[in-house]
Design a protein around this ligand. Structure first.
Ligand SMILES: Cc1nc(C(=O)O)sc1CCOP(=O)(O)O
Length: 197
């Protein structure tokens, strides 16, 4: 299967900044996650409207945590430990595409059993986004890949030069936050990642 390239917003940028970056990079990525933990549903809806207005394809949008916003806009949802469970969400909305963030084999299996379409596992490499928490490493990633049948996307500190080792571990894709959204030139960076696919 084609490897997936997900990018994730930081939650620290304005709607204008997120929209400006997303509208440049969307042709080079498979999914753009809106991880905007402090935004209300209404603010997220405004961001969604702007993204769609600027030509970001709906099929590439993923809302973190907010099942309500995902349903209303017909986009995917990414669930986290603080979200509703995958099982609950899939029971109510069987056709909703659901990803789940996991940090262990047990969590990955639970996500799979609940009906998750894919999981995101991390953090694989050291990252400022998870300061003080040791990275889980590429071996652990390979173990997760071996433990579930759903696609496993790797996250955490992934730089372009890491990509071959992530493929070797069997991951179905990569998810990148600061490497793209905090870059001086996000478009140049997504192209650098893309070259590794
Ligand atoms: C949002 C997120 N989730 C993680 C997890 O391990 O679940 S690591 C992470 C941050 C990823 O950011 P960067 O690409 O800047 O390292």
């Amino acid at each position: 299967m084609k490897k997936q390239f997900h990018v994730i917003s930081t939650g620290r940028q304005s709607t204008e900044q997120v929209v400006a970056i997303a509208s440049q990079i969307h042709p080079y990525v498979d999914a753009i996650h809106l991880r905007e933990k402090t935004k209300t549903a209404k603010e997220l809806a405004e961001m969604m409207e702007e993204l769609l207005f600027h030509g970001v394809p709906k099929e590439k949008l993923v809302v973190n945590d907010r099942v309500d916003v995902a349903i209303v806009y017909g986009v995917k949802v990414q669930l986290a430990f603080h979200s509703l469970s995958v099982r609950q969400v899939k029971e109510c909305f069987p056709s909703l595409s659901v990803g789940c963030s996991v940090h262990s084999q047990d969590e990955a299996k639970e996500a799979e059993d609940g009906g998750a379409d894919y999981c995101i596992y991390g953090h694989v490499f050291p990252t400022a986004s998870k300061r003080g928490v040791p990275p889980r490493g590429i071996e652990a990633l390979a173990q997760i890949v071996g433990a579930v049948r759903i696609p496993v996307i790797a996250i955490g500190g992934i730089q372009p030069h890491h990509v071959p080792s992530v493929w070797e571990a069997g991951a179905a894709g990569i998810a990148v936050m600061s490497g793209v959204f905090c870059a001086e030139d996000p478009l140049r960076e997504v192209k650098r990642y893309r070259q590794m696919f």
